[in-house]
Structure formats: C-alpha cells, structure tokens
Write a protein that binds this ligand. Sequence first.
Ligand code: NAD
Ligand code: UD1
Length: 339
Amino acid sequence: MKILVTGGAGFIGSHTLIELYKAGHSAVVVDNLSNSKPESLRRVAEIIGVPEIPFFKIDIRDRDDLERVFAEHQFDACIHFAGLKAVGESVEKPWEYYENNIGGTLVLVDVMRHHGCKNIIFSSSATIYGDPAEIPITENCPKGQCTNPYGWTKSMLEQVLMDIQKADPEWNVVLLRYFNPVGAHPSGRIGENPNGIPNNLMPYITQVAVGKRKELGVFGNDYPTPDGTGVRDYIHVCDLANAHVCALQAIARHCGIGIYNIGTGNGYSVLDMVNAFVKMNNVAVPYSIKPRREGDIATCYCNPAKAKAELGWEAKFGIEEMVRDSWNWQRLNPDGYPD
Ligand code: NAD
Ligand code: UD1
C-alpha cells in the first residue's frame, strides 16, 4: 500500500517507516519539523537502503499544502502521528495543543475524504484511560478523566474519528492506544530526540547515564506497587512500529472501527527500569527519591490479547532489548541528531 505518514520524522514515525518498507509498503512523509529534524529521514533511508524517503515539509493545518500532496499522490491509507505531545507544556498552552492536535486532524480528515482516502490509523495513548478502572487494562475499560489537555486531545480525537466512521461506514479507523514507548532501532542510527529536559523516564535515564544530567529524580516511592515506585507497560518502539503494519492488514479487511491496546502486558517499576539499564549496559545511573509528580498514577499496564487475536500482533522485545537499544542510541548520539 502507499501510505501517508504524518509526523513521520518524529520518534515513532521514523521507526514505523522502516517496518512499512520492510513489509513492502511505500510511504510519503509530511511533517512541519516542529519536534524533529530531517536527518532522521535521511537515516531511515540509509537503513532501508533507498535513496530518500519522499518528504513534504508542511503543516497539516495548512489545507492548501495538504491538498497539493494529495494531488500528487494517491494514498491507500494514512498513519497519523503528527501532534504535540509534551504533557507539561499542554497544561501551560492548552489552546496551542487543541488547535494543533484537533485542528490539524480535522483538516487532515477532510482533505482525505475529499480525495477518497478513508483509511486512518491514529496514535492514541493509554492516557485516555485516566486512572484506569481495571488492571490489566482491556479495551473495554471505560475511558477516564485525563489529567492534562494533551490527554484530552487524544480522548476527543478518538471520539471524532469514531463519529466520522459511524456516519460514513466507508471509513476504516484504527485507534492504537500506545503504552510507554522506549528503545530505539538496534542500529543506533535513529531514536528519541527530546527537546530540553526530558519529561519521560527513559530519555532521562539515558541522559543521566551519558553525563548530561546529574541524577534521576524518582517521582515517589510510596505508591501501592511492589517497590513503591510507579509501574508502567514499556514497549520497544520497533514492536510498536510493527503494530502499524499489522493494523494496515485490518484496514485491508475493512475493519470499520478497531481499537487496540499496544503494550507488552508486563508492568515494570521505575526502579526495575533503572536496575535493568544499569545491569545490561554496565553504566551508573545515580538517582534520588523525589515527591510524587502531579497527575501520575500508580500502575498502568495492559492486556494486549485483542491485538494478538485480531491483528496477529504481539511484542517480541523484552526489557533487556529496551534498555540496551535506548542506551545504544544515546551513547552513539549524545546530542541527538545534528542540525
Ligand atoms: P514526535 O514529537 O517525535 O513526533 C511527532 C511529529 O509530528 C514531529 O516530527 C513533529 O514535528 C510533527 N508535527 C507536530 N505537529 C505537526 C503539524 N501540525 N503538522 C505537521 N507535523 C507536525 O512524537 P512521537 O513520540 O513520535 O509520537 C507520535 C504520536 O504518538 C504523537 O501523536 C503522540 O502524541 C503519540 N503518542 C506518543 C507517545 C510517546 O510516549 N512517545 C505515547 C502515546 C502516544
Ligand atoms: C506520560 C504522560 C502520558 C503519556 C506517556 C507516554 C504524564 C502525567 N503522563 O506518562 O500522558 O502518554 O508519558 O509518553 O506525564 N518518572 C520518574 N522520573 C522521571 C520521569 C518519570 O520517576 O524523571 C516516573 C513517573 O513517575 C512514572 C514513570 O517514571 O511512574 C513513567 O513516566 P513517564 O515516562 O513520564 O510516562 P507516564 O507517566 O506513563
């Protein structure tokens, strides 16, 4: 299939491009580079062994620009990664988050339908479950109260896309609810390249290990978990990338609406991650216990059985590959991608 990949220069998009090409698909990337660099696409091309990945530096909110891309290419489906994703920033700039994430998606979906492309895979998040009503989380778990505007954009966009599909059953909409993506391509050529101080655990650990930050703050050790620190369902980004290829098969079968948790089903604590990282990579990660972070929950991991049963997808990589590949990327690229 020929796939439009919005946000394809970013962390998850760049890894997904590799899986798409490996599975015999082709892709065109649109990205405004607000949180990425074109170097990621150059390296993706190098890994795949093609001269370049077709790329348009455009903003999906710009209808005319998007129209031009659709005029040049006939797409079978869109994998929609483009969006802002910094939780703390979304609390400070809610308008910018709603306008970019919701506004951008509304323009995209409108241009898609005008061009007869009614197949979309959307990057949703475990955050839509709020403080989950059940553990492990199945897709039947009710959506919860999000603690920040970023989370609400995901929750609202799920509803928007479901309503559009309901009104026009020609649409196929796959909502992939990602748990906690970590790791990097095993080559160490592409990985996560956060701006400024990382919000998420794994990039913070790697930056401490490489000497860019003094110590990791562990946000709370008094949660009702085995060691008191927060438990999450970390998933290797290459496994996550592969889930999109499997979701395309569901689209090819005219799935209508498909909603899937994309995680491993294993919960690891903050200290499990730190200890696994230190042991696997033989590097020090100094840490100290800090107060809880506002909005955090104790435990979040999924039951990924539905994705296995219906998409034939399951995670192949474990915690050792996650911490190994995260470190490999950081070690080889201490300052991320060059400009
Ligand atoms: P990322 O920031 O690395 O990638 C997103 C890309 O979208 C960036 O390259 C950015 O430049 C681009 N972009 C943003 N707004 C745009 C616009 N208006 N027009 C064109 N391009 C635009 O993030 P990621 O980690 O790769 O995440 C991809 C998607 O998955 C996002 O929608 C994110 O919310 C979602 N998600 C991520 C995580 C995670 O932990 N990384 C978890 C759950 C869901
Ligand atoms: C965060 C976001 C969520 C987003 C997800 C994946 C919040 C409230 N939620 O979730 O919306 O979908 O990332 O991108 O931010 N931790 C530390 N020290 C750190 C960083 C994190 O101890 O410096 C702990 C956290 O308290 C948590 C765990 O590590 O227990 C994972 O944190 P993080 O990587 O930020 O992911 P989430 O909290 O799951």
